[in-house]
Ligand binder design. Structure first.
Ligand code: ZN
Length: 96
């Protein structure tokens, strides 16, 4: 009954052998590397998030007629940005 898998070497771990960092598990040998991988992933997601929302910077997205037209044009981008935020939340919960 091993529910833990090392993110690095995929070894099955028992509860007393598993180390956890931000929802990711590692064996004793790879704990440092898994921390690095996790932090790297997180930075990457945060960076992507930032780039996605940059599209909207300085744009009128209010209820004015220009804002409405902009929102229509950017509908897909806005949806993607919404999904990305969800991705970060999922990551924060450690489900990713
Ligand atoms: Zn390992």
């Amino acid at each position: 009954m091993s529910n833990y898998t090392c993110q690095k070497c995929k070894a099955k771990l028992k509860a007393n052998e598993a180390y956890e960092y931000r929802g990711a598990f590692a064996c004793a040998e790879h704990f440092d590397e898994v921390i690095e991988m996790r932090d790297f992933e997180r930075n990457q997601i945060a960076e992507e998030e930032h780039n996605k929302t940059k599209v909207f910077e300085g744009l009128d997205l209010t209820d004015s007629s220009i804002g409405k037209a902009n929102r229509k044009l950017l509908k897909r981008h806005i949806e993607i940005a919404g999904k990305e935020s969800q991705r970060l939340k999922t990551y924060e919960r450690g489900d990713l």
